[in-house]
Design a protein. Structure first.
Length: 545
């Protein structure tokens, strides 16, 4: 026979016995003192059994399927070999199982008259009355607390109310401990992952105080033992890094190449972490920069050495071209030689030009009108646009403020972008050059209706000598230096360059310029993740570089 379940009682502490109030206070203090779940639950269970006169108590913590995943027993003489099957049987047939299924507490006044009580073989303990209450978290039963007594009718409804109050406190403690364990595990996992990364990793809070750094960052930046909790500008006192943090907006991913005071160069990415702060990753590219400089020096020497023989070849070709009586085929061959020499000279000039730009062009800086730069570039490319039957137009905002820069170099950058767009835009297509103020910077965009760029090819990002190798554009590709020159020019002005493109929807090449530029020493190159299409190889323009 099953006794009728009681209604869910509500404890009013003002009507409780003094020892019960003391019990609730003691249990609250225990739960607040530690997050070691087994220890605190065992203490709470012992206090409860003693205060309510029970001789046996238990707490089962359950998974989402109602299976006991942890048990705390206030009974030391239960053999280990029968603990597991006993717990399983109690959860399926006993009072604890009934409480789990119904989600509410109840009393068994007499175990011999209530079929909700489960007797297991070999148990020498006499139990005649019991009560159990659920540990509830968001209406889900996460545990059961049970008390037993050898005499029938020992427990009262008021005691059941008290047990429910204790169960509510225990449920809160279980949830807090679970959250703490989860956070601790996630933090340990994060530290393990970050610790194994060779790049420098710095995590700051919303006030840019350092809260996490990996061993690589401690070694590379000589962070002190008391680094945590201090402003990142103090613990990593590098002017270039401080400037990077100050210039980065909180709502975007900022990328920049940063040179430290000791000459090391890092590709840096500053990422916003919502609700946390920011994470800075620093990839050391010093070796690659040195190798790149050696390569540039070698290529520059070779380019200089090639100029003399090219001049000789060009001179003899001119002489041959003026000789009378040459057959038409011979004249065609001479023209091919002259065109090849012109292309090689353009390549050499571009190589040398990149070197000159990288060495610094700040001496050429003066106030520059971007509107004038765009207009001059449009005029210089009109003939090519007509030849290609492409509509070339501009959309420049009125009253753009001047920028501090090198007018010839900025014109070179815009012209290279326009020439590149014209080269790959089919007949009856269009190329539009726009300039406007955006977020305190001047942004120039060259929009074309060409074939677009596949995402897999966009990672080349204005690299020197890069070519896409697409079947549709292969015959138009040149030496791969036009866009590299654009990037070098914009980097030298403290700006950034990028491209947005989808296959079949054309491409937009863009660069931004601050209204004032720092010196080269204070402005390592900054880039934005963007794909690279190909270079501007307009031969007339290249000859003039």
């Amino acid at each position: 026979m099953t006794q009728s379940p009681s209604e869910s009682p509500n404890v009013q502490t003002g009507t409780l016995r003094p020892e019960w109030v003391t019990l609730l206070f003691a249990i609250s203090r225990e739960f607040a003192s530690t997050l070691e779940l087994d220890e605190v639950l065992a203490k709470a269970l012992n206090l409860t059994t003693q205060t309510l006169g029970a001789n046996v108590g238990s707490i089962f913590l359950l998974d989402s399927e109602g299976r006991a995943i942890r048990s705390i027993l206030a009974r030391s003489n239960l053999p280990p070999e029968i603990k597991s099957p006993t717990v399983a049987a109690v959860m399926s047939k006993g009072l604890a199982g009934w409480v789990y299924q119904h989600g509410r507490a109840d009393i068994v006044l007499d175990t011999q008259a209530d079929d909700r009580w489960f007797f297991f073989a070999g148990d020498t303990l006499v139990t005649r009355s019991a009560m159990a209450a659920p540990l509830l978290r968001r209406n889900e039963v996460i545990g059961i607390v049970t008390l037993q007594h050898p005499e029938p009718n020992h427990f009262t409804r008021r005691q059941l109310e008290l047990l429910e109050a204790i169960a509510a406190q225990a449920a809160s403690a279980v949830e807090n401990a679970s959250l703490y364990t989860r956070v601790a595990n996630e933090r340990a996992t994060l530290q393990s992952i970050v610790g194994g990364v060779h790049d420098n990793i710095l995590v700051t809070d919303l006030k840019r105080n350092l809260i996490l750094a990996n061993p690589a960052a401690f070694r590379s930046l000589a962070l002190g033992q008391q680094a945590y909790g201090r402003p990142v500008g103090e613990v990593a006192a590098e002017p270039a890094l401080i400037e990077f943090y100050q210039s980065a907006r909180d709502d975007e991913i900022a990328l920049k190449e940063v040179m430290l005071e000791d000459g090391r160069v890092f590709d840096c990415a500053l990422v916003r972490l919502p609700g946390v702060g920011q994470m800075l990753s620093m990839h050391d590219v010093t070796t690659f920069k040195r190798l790149d400089a050696l390569k540039d020096e070698f290529v520059s020497h070779v380019a200089h050495d090639l100029k003399a023989p090219l001049s000789i070849m060009q001179g003899y070709a001119w002489v041959l071209n003026e000789m009378p009586g040459l057959a038409e085929d011979a004249l065609d061959h001479i023209q091919q030689i002259l065109q090849a020499v012109d292309r090689m000279r353009a390549l050499i000039d571009n190589i040398l030009d990149i070197g000159r730009i990288n060495m610094g062009i700040q001496a050429e800086f003066a106030p520059v009108s971007i509107a004038s730069v765009v207009k001059e570039s449009i005029v210089s490319m009109e003939a090519l646009a007509k030849e290609k039957k492409v509509i070339l137009s501009s959309q420049v905002a009125a009253d753009l403020p001047p920028v501090n820069g090198a007018q010839v170099r900025l014109g070179q950058a815009v012209t290279n972008l326009v020439g590149n767009a014209l080269k790959f835009t089919p007949a009856d297509g269009s190329v539009t050059v726009g300039a406007a103020m955006e977020a305190g910077q001047i942004v120039v965009r060259v929009v074309d209706t060409g074939p677009g760029i596949p995402p897999a090819l966009q990672s080349k990002l204005f690299q020197k000598f890069s070519r896409l190798g697409q079947k549709e554009t292969r015959k138009e590709e040149g030496h791969g230096l036009g866009l590299a020159i654009v990037k070098s020019v914009i980097d030298a002005h403290g700006g950034r360059v990028w491209v947005e493109s989808q296959v079949g929807q054309g491409s937009t090449f863009a660069f931004s310029l601050p209204l004032s530029q720092p010196t080269r020493e204070d402005n390592p190159s900054e880039t934005r993740p963007a794909p690279v299409f190909t270079e501007d190889q307009n031969e007339q323009r290249m000859r003039g570089i």
